[in-house]
Write a protein that binds this ligand. Sequence first.
Ligand SMILES: Cc1ncc(COP(=O)(O)O)c(C=O)c1O
Length: 267
Amino acid sequence: MVAVYHLFDVFFLDSEQITHSFKARGAFNNIIKLVESGQEARLKKKGLTTTSSGNAGIGYALACHTFGIPLQVHVPDQITELKERMMVKYSAEVIKHKLDYMDIITMAETSARVRGTELIDSCNYIDVLGGNGTVGLEILNDLPDVDVIFLPVGGGSLISSTAVYVKTVNPKIQIIGCQPETNSAMEHLVRTGKYDKLLLQDTISDATEGDVYENSVIETASALPIAAFLSVAEDYRDKKVALVITGSNIGCEKIKYILQNYSQHTF
Ligand SMILES: Cc1ncc(COP(=O)(O)O)c(C=O)c1O
């Protein structure tokens, strides 16, 4: 029998952002701050280089395209076709590498140095965090009495920036980071202080990747807070709960893969 009761209060839909993920927040904040500090002409001439597993690259591609700044994005070669196409649509040059992410960062650094472009960190830079943290600001505007926020964790820019804002306003609000069991390097790092590359196993969550929610398709990374919440929903019965849906950039090939591998139907 299925228990029917009040489940959660808010789906915070950053999957509906202009670039279909929350990453546009940090990218636009970073680029706008650079432009406002008088660096626009220099950046237009030199260009920017960054690394991304997809969504940050799309955010930066649109932000740079808006201001006419050339952009090169270094990405893993398993990047979905949709994410690559979106970056290219916004005029970015996409360089694919069959390497793990830390080595891709080294390649981007070398490329920026050789080409004389400026390297930007799409995850750990203060203005990126300042932009991504506006998720916390908007959740508190929409649901001031929220008790618990579930969100996905990859590199940690979303959870850290959101938590800084939310906990400053109300330290009692609980923030729950969600990672796939097979890809939990960040959870392990926070718990033990040690980074273990071996915990980076294959996952369908390529951005920490989709699932189907009513009429909207969301990325698999965004299914993490839903899956995590459903597994502990009973514990949060009397709480006000927000689930952050971070993106919807899932391509047809990924949907086909999920249906073929995780569905009970045969194709
Ligand atoms: C759709 C989506 N959700 C969640 C995350 C994880 O965000 P963070 O890397 O800030 O932890 C990412 C990261 O790229 C993402 O693209």
